[in-house]
Ligand binder design. Structure first.
Ligand code: SF4
Length: 210
């Protein structure tokens, strides 16, 4: 967890400010993102789930709707969740940073660090069986190393998150399947792995692969 480098002068010793349960309100730690966002996009889904998905940052659709993973990428994710026996209503989806970066650029390392306490607190409160990273940026952010997500999708690593050791499952971003249809099987397999790890009925066990 890292409260260093906050643009908005937040109290680094405090719990994430204005966090009402799982929702962050009024955070101004990232000056550039405060200027570019329409709203803070908090995590979506119940608080007591076994699977927590973590993406990179809100895009234009998410910034407008206030919900992570909507639009075409969200449709791909929803379809594969349903096929794996994991209804979207039964998982939680959040992002490494909760405010849309301007021009859809990647979040900076400072912005990722600024928002990390919010994410850590969300993981602590949700206490999922598995954290699934959607794409390269969240994979590298949570594992703290370089990730070749195309090759590593489906792999699991134990990481301290939200105050406890947790299984992190690396996964492609659903948009990768829109750019390259050949990635769809790997994405589907990884979502099925998440279902298996969470004990969902639709997942076919491949725990022996870990
Ligand atoms: S990205 Fe996170 S830390 Fe930065 S302003 Fe938004 S809510 Fe605050």
């Amino acid at each position: 967890m890292n409260d260093e480098g906050e643009d908005g002068g937040a109290d680094s010793t405090a719990a994430p400010e204005a966090m009402d349960g799982l929702a962050v309100e009024g955070c101004t730690r990232c000056g550039a993102l405060v200027d570019s966002r329409s709203q803070i996009v908090n995590g979506d889904g119940p608080a007591d789930v076994d699977v927590l998905f973590v993406g990179e940052a809100p895009g234009a659709n998410e910034d407008e709707d206030g919900v992570p993973f909507v639009g075409r990428s969200g449709d791909v994710l929803d379809d594969e969740l349903a096929d794996a026996g994991l209804a979207r209503e039964n998982v939680r989806i959040t992002n490494c940073v909760r405010c849309r970066p301007p021009d859809n650029r990647d979040p900076t390392s400072e912005e990722l660090a600024n928002c990390r306490p919010h994410l850590e607190r969300e993981i602590e409160l949700v206490d999922p069986e598995v954290v699934v990273t959607l794409g390269k940026v969240p994979g590298e952010h949570l594992l703290g190393r370089d990730v070749a997500v195309t090759n590593e999708t489906g792999s699991v690593e134990r990481v301290d998150l939200g105050g406890s050791p947790r299984d992190v499952l690396l996964c492609l971003h659903p948009a990768a399947t829109l750019y390259d249809a050949s990635q769809r099987d790997a994405f589907r397999d990884t979502i099925e792995t998440a279902a298996t790890m969470a004990g969902a009925s639709g997942g076919q066990s491949r725990l022996g692969d870990y």
